[in-house]
Design a protein around this ligand. Structure first.
Ligand code: OVV
Length: 402
């Protein structure tokens, strides 16, 4: 891992593979190297530009005409390669097409819809904490971070009970597929057929329970906002992005609160901090570590010239700990002003499901803090490796009843 020579374009080259197991195991020294080498860097290993400072990540996210999404937000350029699945109509789209599909998903995930979900989410969180208090010792990933979203989100969408075991594996393929053609990506896609078959089937109108969020998306066909062919693909976006992300977000929050007991005490003393404790975990761990854009023209960014049709990798996680933007960036502080973090992105593509994520995070942390005096890590946490998502596979804990 090192920074070396400067290309004619004025961009320093960095010898870092951000999709390597060693990088995933401890990305922080590499994030620092990427930030300190320059505002824009070039990664020879995968022939891509990178931005790791807050200012440049924010700038790229907020110039979607220059840094487009329609050529894919992974390393693969959809103009040069066939995508592994039909492109997302929201994530992998630019205005004006994006504007129309985004409006539909914004409506079905609106504050009003959250009001209708809150009591159910809160009751499910309380119930799960009851179950976990009975166990005392459990795995905070499988038994909590996965179990909680699985107990509410598929029902909120209106999925039938059968086959839900495909949901996390499918999302894992989706997020691995944004990465380069390494073993993680190739293996994930190779094993994806049954998961894809399940998801494609569940997106059809007849397979979605009336009243659920999936059915609400299909209802927008009658209003003329989207076509009957587009509706299933928009449901697919929620199946792709709505579960594994919150699993890793809730996992991150529990991992933070277990490692930093003074923050746990603060939360227990003031339950209104639950929502910000979750938000700070999203900043601190950045469950979604990276996304790409593709340049639509030659562009100058902070003195660097990037040609047309280049892939630019945004290190969201590095931006979220950039000391140029954050005081004590490496401290998990639930009283911090977290607004402006890019864990959900920024600009026109900023996470359309962020209210669902926050509602899940807030209800779970507040249920835990109400009933649990302490969370003790009792075994070695095991990391889960993914080209885009950061999180654990296993976190053995024991909880102390309040
Ligand atoms: C934000 C995100 C991640 C993965 C998939 C999608 C969106 C999608 O729209 O399919």
């Amino acid at each position: 891992m090192s920074a070396s020579g400067s290309a004619a374009s004025g961009v320093p080259h960095v010898d870092v593979d951000p999709f390597d197991m060693k990088f995933f195991a401890d990305p922080y020294p590499a994030h620092e190297l990427l930030r300190e080498t320059g505002p824009v860097v070039y990664l020879d290993k995968w022939k891509l530009y990178g931005v790791a400072r807050y200012a440049e990540v924010h700038a790229v996210l907020n110039d979607p005409a220059t840094f487009c999404s329609s050529r894919g937000v992974g390393l693969s350029d959809f103009k040069k390669e066939t995508p592994w699945r039909p492109p997302s109509l929201i994530l992998e789209a630019d205005p004006p097409e994006h504007t129309r599909t985004r409006a539909v998903l914004s409506k079905v995930l609106s504050p009003t819809v959250m009001k209708g979900l809150r009591d159910r989410f809160a009751a499910a969180a309380e119930h799960l904490v009851d179950v976990l208090l009975d166990k005392r010792s459990f795995d905070a990933i499988t038994d909590l971070a996965e179990a909680y979203p699985l107990s509410i989100f598929p029902d909120a969408l209106g999925l039938k009970p059968e086959g839900r075991e495909h949901l996390i594996p499918y999302a894992s393929v989706v997020f691995n597929a944004f990465g380069p053609p390494n073993e993680l990506r190739q293996e994930a896609i190779a094993r994806s057929t049954p998961h894809q078959a399940y998801v494609t089937d569940q997106c059809q109108r007849d397979n979605l329970t009336p009243g659920g969020i999936g059915a609400c998306i299909h209802a927008h066909v009658e209003e003329g906002a989207i076509t009957a062919t587009e509706a299933p693909l928009l449901v697919r976006s929620l199946l792709s992005a709505g579960l594994d992300t919150t699993v890793n977000g809730i996992g991150a929050a529990v991992y933070c609160l277990a490692r930093f007991p003074e923050q746990w005490k603060l939360l227990r003393g003031d339950l209104t901090l639950a929502r910000n404790a979750f938000e700070e975990a999203v900043r601190f761990e950045s469950p979604v570590q990276t996304f790409f854009r593709t340049t639509t023209r030659e562009v100058e960014l902070s003195g660097a010239t990037i040609g047309e049709g280049e892939k630019v990798l945004m290190f969201l996680a590095a931006a979220n700990r950039d000391p140029r933007r954050w005081d004590k960036p490496d401290s998990y502080d639930i009283t911090r002003r977290t607004s402006g973090h890019v864990g959900y992105g920024s600009g026109i593509h900023m996470c359309v499901g962020q209210l669902v994520a926050r509602l899940e995070g807030e209800t779970m942390l507040s249920a835990l803090a109400r009933r649990v005096a302490g969370i003790e890590i009792t075994g070695e946490p095991r990391r889960r490796f993914n080209n885009t998502l950061r999180g654990l596979d296993s976190l053995p804990v024991t909880i102390i009843p309040a």
